[in-house]
Design a binder for this molecule. Sequence first.
Ligand code: NI
Length: 178
Amino acid sequence: MTVREILKMGDPRLLRIAKPVAAFNTRELEVLVADMFETMHAAEGAGLAAPQIGVDLALVIFGFRQNARYPDADAVPETVLINPQITPLDAAQDDGWEGCLSVPGLRGLVPRWGRIRYTGFDLHGKPIDREVEGFHARVVQHECDHLIGTLYPMRIRDMRQFGYTSVLFPELDPNHDD
Ligand code: NI
């Protein structure tokens, strides 16, 4: 397993529409997912999308029991989600603070669907079908946005609600700059 370099905003590879994964249960996919978990854990991220390490595939990972960057967030099950589809379950959107490993040092207030259904496949091609809400729903929407070339700053409605983590959330561990 290898900690991979995380691309930062401005890199055109973060703006692509990711290609669907065509073959499951391959050694390549297994190595990619292992590297992504290693990279996400090293950065203490809540999630990571394949395009963030320069891989043009519709694959995201997310999940944690407790996260230093989002100390108030409820646990989210550790998940590999391939070729995802998201459907909002009602019209309500909630504002919440987000950061991104590709946008280090910053946080913004982002509207997201409060309740969603998401479907897709795990590493072995087994279907995933879940209905979730709260931070879990937010993380999935954030990560899946990476698959359509969308970074969270593009979704901020009020740019006054966008700033440096160290200023907005000085209580967070300053060793995490994102
Ligand atoms: Ni992100």
